[in-house]
Design a protein around this ligand. Structure first.
Ligand code: HEC
Length: 129
């Protein structure tokens, strides 16, 4: 009867939404290879890509000064496909398969995505120049 107990324990301690530290860890493990450990687009794989990875500390600057939370979630979870993210075969599907959390935008828009994507978006928002 270990399984039901484990399930209960997991339910009792849901992953905290908007955990910036976890977002930073996920980024180091899954994203830095292209985007760079400092997020400026200079990861070891960057030179191999046809489209260079953008500087992720300047997202807000590129989008008229406001950080587009929902749009970034879609680009990470694959609903807005990016060829270098795997296009129709998202590279991070295995990490982000559990679309159970609501991401809220300042404008009131809500988007259903995974806890990992919420933490990644919170991390990216925290490092904007
Ligand atoms: C294989 C290389 C690669 C990996 C790994 C990768 N990216 Fe990207 N990413 C890119 C490239 C290249 C672009 C720009 C593509 C374009 O504009 O068409 C991009 C674009 C983005 C954008 C859009 C930025 C903007 O200004 O619109 C975000 C956000 C992003 N990546 C986040 C992530 C996150 C988070 C991860 C890890 C979960 C990740 N990327 C992993 C190569 C990569």
């Amino acid at each position: 009867m270990i399984r039901p107990l484990l399930a209960l324990a997991l339910l009792a301690t849901p992953a905290t939404a908007q955990d910036i530290d976890r977002g930073a860890r996920l980024f180091a493990q899954n994203c830095a290879v292209c985007h760079g450990a400092g997020l400026q687009g200079d990861g070891p794989m960057a030179g191999l890509l046809v489209t260079p990875p953008p500087d992720l500390t300047r997202i807000a600057e590129r989008y008229d000064g406001s950080f587009p939370r929902a749009g970034m979630a879609w680009k990470i979870d694959g609903r807005d496909p990016i060829v270098s993210h795997g296009g129709d075969m998202p590279l991070f599907g295995f990490v982000f398969s559990d679309m159970t959390e609501l991401l809220r935008s300042p404008g009131g828009q809500t988007v259903l995505t995974s806890p990992e994507v919420i933490d990644l978006v919170a991390y990216l928002e925290s490092v904007q120049d």
